[in-house]
Design a protein. Structure first.
Length: 127
């Protein structure tokens, strides 16, 4: 899809440029007037009409490229957030494993100690 959009944008820019150049070369031409004095063909009106056609094309191309840049930045931020989440989950798993080992060591060291003594030891160790 990417190369097609680049090609389409290039075609739009080329058409816009050619159209703008054609209008520029005709702007100095006097209006065509009928025999009764009414204007049959006015270059300024034509230039305004062509601008009305060119402006949406130009904004579509510019909008695509600006939106594409923002989308790429958002995707990069998403990748970083996912990596941070994975790292946090790994750290939490290691902490839980360490907590379990500490509790097992306390149970081995103090098998006959009361539950209150074990709770006090856990509080001192911070687990």
């Amino acid at each position: 899809m990417g190369p097609f959009r680049i090609l389409l944008s290039t075609v739009f820019v080329a058409v816009i440029g050619l159209w703008a150049w054609a209008v520029y070369t005709k702007l100095g031409v006097a209006p065509v007037v009928n025999s009764d004095g009414t204007i049959q063909y006015d270059e300024f009106t034509r230039a305004k009409d062509i601008l009305a056609l060119l402006l949406p094309l130009a904004t579509a191309v510019a909008g695509y490229w600006f939106a594409r840049e923002a989308k790429e930045e958002a995707q990069e931020e998403k990748r970083e957030a996912v990596a941070a989440k994975v790292a946090a989950e790994e750290a939490r798993a290691k902490a839980e494993e360490g907590n379990l080992r500490t509790q097992q060591a306390l149970a081995r060291l103090m098998p006959e100690a009361s539950l209150e003594a074990q709770a006090e030891a856990r509080a001192i160790l911070g687990t």
